[in-house]
Structures are given as structure tokens and as C-alpha cells.
Design a protein around this ligand. Structure first.
Ligand SMILES: [Mn+2]
Length: 329
């Protein structure tokens, strides 16, 4: 561990020992990483006698409802004199979905993240872009503190690592990720159970929605660019809600020869969300930043205040330019 990181972890340890009322924030459109870190740290802190509340803005996908501690998540910040706030896996405070507005003005904010685009909004910023998942950073923190890691903590952190590596398929699946996965399994995480709950537990409506969207898949640039739309009409037809569209991008990303995969989600009449995955040299985060979003080089997203059709044409134009620029580079 780098000396600088060791100092940061000592500072965090001191803050956690000193404060009694600790608020934990997960980011909106919650994924396995933000959930796993939040729930693992909540358990670790409760075991140390702390008053803890995990707050994650709804809707939180029910595919994670089996995670230990999930039922204790609150949708908004209850007033309880929180003096320390931990925010996991969020590149900026807006990712709290408004929860940050309810934090007491004098609260200390700890920003624990792995996004290169992180805005360093915390009082203490612990950023490790080399980490495949923030869950790995949490594992290192708990080990650095010498705090016990229970099987349920290990289960939550393993889930963070499994999901942020796309089931150990993304390019961030490196020796550190695999070694940490083995350590978490040794600590009591159950890889087969987590895989079943995360990847083999979709409701019928989710599979139907995926089918409707995928049936209308479009491609361009000889298959280097592919996209699908998830419309309000498809949701109605499948009996699904928009959060069930989360896995569709991974199906688009199974195409051979693909460089940029995009899913357009018609959230409202004038709000379109995009999910982007890239291979080769195209930077997904850079593409999404052009539309006010962000993320990682290989996986990013944005919320665009445009009707679906307009968002599709603007983003596709930018994606074509990005693929062309990547070819020349
Ligand atoms: Mn993450």
C-alpha cells in the first residue's frame, strides 16, 4: 500500500473512532458497488457501537434486495445530528440524488471512490482509480483498521467486486481483483450464491423488456457502433419499470467487433438516460462528459434533457465522431 494511502486511511480511522452518528450515502441508480460498500461499512460501524444510517435514493433495483442489510436502507436523510458522512463510489455530490442537501453544514464528508473524473468534493478524499471496485478499497480499509470482517461484510464486498467487473469479464479484472475475490471468499463470501442472485434472478418482465429492446437493435460503421432504445411503450408492453433495463447494455456489448455500445432510455418526455460501453480506444467517460455525464473509460452514462429521438441523434453523432477520431489516433 502506498504511504500516502496509508496516511489517508489513518485519518479516516481517526474520524470513525471520534464520530458517533455516521451517515452513509450510496449513489443514485445504485449498483452493486455502492450498495456493497455502504452495507458492509454500516455493519462494520454498528459492530463498533456507532449509530449508522444508509441512505440511497429510490428507486433501488430489487435485484439487490437479498444483500445483507438491504432492508435498513432509507430513501432520504433522517434528521439525527449526523456529524460524519461517508459517500461511496460517487464521482460528485450530485450523485447523491439530493441527499447531500440534507447533510448538516458542519458535517465532515469522506469521499471514497475510484472514478478518475472524481471532483474531490470531500473533506477527506480517498480516491484509487486503480481499484476495479470501491469494494476493494473498503476491504483494505477494514483490514488496515484491524476490524473483523464478518461473512456478511465479505458477501457485500464480494458483490461490489463481482458487479463492477461485470462478473470478472471487464478489462478491470486484474490480479488484484481476482486476489481480493479469493480473500473475500476465504472470509465467507459465497461466489455461487452471489452469482445466482445477481445474474440468474431476473423477473420475467426484465427478460421480456430486454427482448423487446434487443429485437430493435441498430448498428452503424460496419458494426463498430450499436445501440438500442428502451421506450415507455416497451416498459408498458413488458410490464417493467426503467430500472429493469440495467442489464441490457451488457447484451448489446456481446456483439463481435463492437467499439461503442449505447442504450437510450426514455425516462420522461424530455429526459433520456444513456449507458455507454466501449472497447478499443474510444473513451466512454469522455463521450458521456459531452452530455453532462461521466464514469469510467469503458463504462459511463449521462442524463440528457432531451426527448428520446433528439438525444439519439445527438449522441450518435458524437459517438460516430469518437469512433472516427479513435481510428485516426
Ligand atoms: Mn464502482
Amino acid at each position: 500500500m502506498a504511504a500516502e494511502l496509508g496516511t489517508l486511511l489513518d485519518q479516516l480511522h481517526e474520524l470513525l473512532e471520534r464520530h458517533q452518528r455516521i451517515l452513509i450515502l450510496g449513489h443514485k441508480d445504485a449498483d452493486g458497488d455502492t450498495l456493497g460498500c455502504s452495507l458492509a461499512f454500516a455493519e462494520a460501524l454498528r459492530d463498533r457501537g456507532k449509530r449508522v444510517q444508509v441512505v440511497i435514493p429510490p428507486p433501488v433495483s430489487s435485484r439487490y434486495a437479498w444483500m445483507p442489510g438491504f432492508s435498513e436502507i432509507a430513501p432520504s436523510v433522517p434528521e439525527d445530528g449526523w456529524s460524519l458522512v461517508l459517500f461511496f463510489d460517487a464521482g460528485n455530490l450530485e450523485r447523491s440524488g439530493g441527499s447531500a442537501d440534507s447533510i448538516p453544514a458542519d458535517a465532515v464528508i469522506v469521499n471514497v471512490d475510484h472514478h478518475t473524473s472524481n471532483s474531490r468534493y470531500g473533506t477527506l478524499n480517498i480516491i484509487d482509480p486503480e481499484a476495479s471496485a470501491v469494494g476493494q478499497m473498503c476491504l483494505e480499509m477494514l483490514e488496515h483498521f484491524g476490524w473483523p470482517i464478518t461473512p456478511t461484510i465479505a458477501q457485500n464486498l464480494y458483490t461490489a467486486l463481482l458487479t463492477d467487473t461485470g462478473g470478472f469479464r471487464h478489462e478491470n479484472t486484474d490480479t488484484r481483483a481476482l486476489a481480493d475475490a479469493a480473500r473475500l471468499a476465504a472470509l465467507g463470501a459465497d461466489p455461487a450464491h452471489v452469482a445466482t442472485m445477481v445474474y440468474k434472478s431476473w423477473p420475467l418482465s426484465t427478460v421480456r423488456l430486454s427482448g423487446l429492446a434487443i429485437a430493435d437493435i441498430q448498428e452503424d460503421l460496419g458494426g463498430r457502433l450499436a445501440w438500442v432504445r428502451v421506450t415507455r411503450r416497451m416498459l408498458h408492453e413488458a410490464g417493467a419499470v426503467m430500472s429493469e433495463s440495467e442489464g441490457i447494455i451488457d447484451t448489446v456489448n456481446t456483439l463481435a467487433g463492437l467499439e461503442v455500445a449505447i442504450v437510450f432510455k426514455e425516462v420522461r418526455a424530455r429526459l433520456t438516460k444513456i449507458s455507454v460501453r466501449t472497447r478499443g480506444t474510444v473513451d466512454a467517460a469522455a463521450l458521456c462528459e459531452r452530455f453532462g455525464g461521466g464514469g469510467h473509460q469503458r463504462a459511463a452514462g449521462a442524463e440528457i434533457e432531451l426527448p428520446l429521438d433528439l438525444a439519439v441523434s445527438e449522441v450518435l453523432q458524437a459517438a460516430r465522431e469518437a469512433v472516427a477520431a479513435a481510428k485516426e489516433a
